[in-house]
Design a protein around this ligand. Structure first.
Ligand code: 5RP
Length: 229
């Protein structure tokens, strides 16, 4: 099974949790896009759902494929969010934001009764942190915010480069108009404390540590899909 087939397997398993009439949060990234494609087929076959997209990119794909969309203000309480992840550990803690949509992803997931993560085995880790931690920051005071993050990391015994995310034509800008700092901390022994402390830095809009948010992960590997709870 190649990487795309595993993403489809995970998306298929998650689709089994979608019921008629549900209000769905719809994630961002290549795995979430496989889910959107499968969902669109079900919608074409008569399934009635309303989706809240977690990015402009996901919104465009949903509109193209005919998945009905609403804004989160129209549907502020959702039944289920299905989204990918960059890392997932055994306690369903996640690193997200590789695709730059972490702020909307977290807002949408937290407005949902349940969040199901879809991923392949390569995303499962013992300790979070091999993937660079995305930290969404306000462009105002970028240098000061980066220094505050560096000082926090030092206090917590973490080190590593903190790089401003670039895109082809300059600085990457999120759907919300913010920048992303990618922190190469390596192993993060206390992700819960790091998450809390990052939230205390004013220039940090949000970070990619999703703690106590996911309720289930569907992990696809060569032998099929398994769940983490
Ligand atoms: C986007 C995300 C994605 O869910 C994450 O990057 C995983 O993406 P992919 O399924 O393409 O590996 O957090 O902000």
């Amino acid at each position: 099974m190649d990487a795309r087939e595993m993403k489809i397997k995970a998306a298929e398993a998650a689709l089994a949790h979608v019921e008629d009439g549900m209000r769905l949060g719809i994630g961002t990234g290549s795995t979430a896009e496989e889910f959107v494609r499968l969902l669109a087929e079900k919608v074409a076959g008569g399934l009635r759902v309303e989706g809240v997209p977690t990015s402009e990119r996901t919104a465009r794909l949903c509109l193209e494929l005919g998945v009905p969309l609403k804004s989160l203000d129209e549907l502020p309480e959702l039944d289920l969010t299905i989204d990918g992840a960059d890392e997932v550990d055994g306690r369903l803690r996640l690193i997200k934001g590789g695709g730059g949509a972490l702020l909307r992803e977290k807002i949408v997931a937290c407005a949902s009764r349940r969040m199901i993560v879809i991923a392949d085995e390569s995303k499962v880790v013992e300790t979070l942190g091999a993937f660079k931690l995305p930290i969404e920051v306000n462009p105002f005071g970028l240098v000061a915010t980066r220094i505050a993050i560096e000082k926090l990391a030092t206090r917590m015994g973490l080190s590593g480069a903190i790089d401003l995310r670039a895109s082809g034509d300059g600085t990457f800008t999120t759907d919300g108009g913010h920048y992303i700092l990618d922190a190469s901390f390596g192993r993060i022994p206390d992700a819960d404390a790091l998450a809390r402390n990052l939230n205390d830095i004013p220039g940090v809009v949000e970070h990619g540590l999703f703690i106590n948010i996911a309720s289930l992960a569907v992990i696809a590997g060569p032998a099929g899909a398994r769940t983490l709870t």
